[in-house]
Design a protein around this ligand. Structure first.
Ligand SMILES: [Fe+2]
Length: 286
């Protein structure tokens, strides 16, 4: 009897110590290991409206770097090299460059690094809530412009290749900007393949009504912390319905939500690795 009880207590203590050890390890992993485990997600986009000149064109999306919050410029420089090594044709940034623009000490290094990114079809970006927040609107615009990125704020551009083109549209940030879907798409040809950038993914429910073929978003960070089987725990407003990966919406629009690269509020990622995404276009005309 005594022996059994002693054994029971011993097992209890061992389990408790095991739990403490595991949670300590998990904490270490979530803070110091996983935030650096960059993954590259690859998607194929097949659509009847993709012109043949764009067959096999690679579009690279990166999002939510939140520089200044446990994401420094050395890490950003590694990212720049990784992106250039993928040889993308077009580079898109979907918002939240710096975590807190009002307190971040900007130096020339940030635009110089952005300027090193190379893409023959161009580099475009949209505002996220952290870019507009803390009076960042003008400063982030200046940094991105010096970095060779063109802002899409409720506007669209025809991306030209040979004799073909498609529409690249960008919506102003939904939370802190003045998003206007109609204005954003007012210049496009209706039959043009249309890819729209919007920081907050949940706006997709409205965007899909405007014959947009693909929406790319960030903002969710995938929840940053996920549990096995259960998945994500908390996501920000306007990233509650669409949190990560690919969704096909009822009106036929494809939505892709990036987990992004950095962190905010809590410097952890657990079972929710940072990512960049590459979308290879496939034309039916080939
Ligand atoms: Fe973000």
């Amino acid at each position: 009897m005594k022996l059994t009880r002693r054994k029971f207590i011993k097992n209890m203590v061992r389990s408790f110590l095991g739990f403490l050890g595991l949670s300590g390890l998990s904490y270490y992993y979530a803070k110091y290991v996983e935030p650096d485990l960059l993954t590259v997600k690859k998607f194929s986009i097949h659509h009847s409206k993709i012109p043949k000149s764009f067959h096999n064109v690679d579009i690279l999306q990166f999002s939510d770097t939140h520089i200044g919050f446990h994401y420094d410029l050395n890490k950003f420089e590694q990212l720049i090299e990784t992106i250039n090594n993928k040889n993308p044709d077009l580079i898109l940034f979907t918002g939240d460059l710096v975590d807190e623009p009002q307190t971040y000490s900007f130096t020339d290094r940030l635009p110089l690094l952005l300027n090193r990114l190379e893409a023959p079809l161009g580099k475009y970006w949209i505002y996220g809530n952290h870019d507009h927040g803390g009076y960042g609107t003008e400063k982030i615009y200046e940094v991105m412009s010096r970095g060779g990125f063109t802002l899409l704020q409720n506007e669209s551009k025809a991306i030209q290749k040979d004799s073909d083109s498609f529409t690249l549209a960008g919506l102003d940030d939904v939370m802190l900007g003045r998003p206007d879907i109609e204005e954003t798409l007012s210049e496009r040809r209706e039959d043009s393949f249309t890819l729209l950038l919007a920081h907050e993914p949940d706006i997709a429910d409205q965007v899909q009504r405007y014959k947009v073929d693909v929406q790319l978003s960030g903002h969710s960070h995938g929840g940053q912390v996920q549990l096995p089987i259960y998945g994500y725990l908390i996501t920000p407003p306007l990233a509650e319905k669409y949190v990560e990966g690919h969704y096909r919406l009822p009106d036929g629009m494809d939505l892709f939500v990036s987990r992004g690269l950095g962190t905010t509020r809590m410097p952890y990622r657990f079972l929710c690795r940072p990512e960049i995404s590459i979308f290879r276009l496939n034309s039916p005309e080939i």
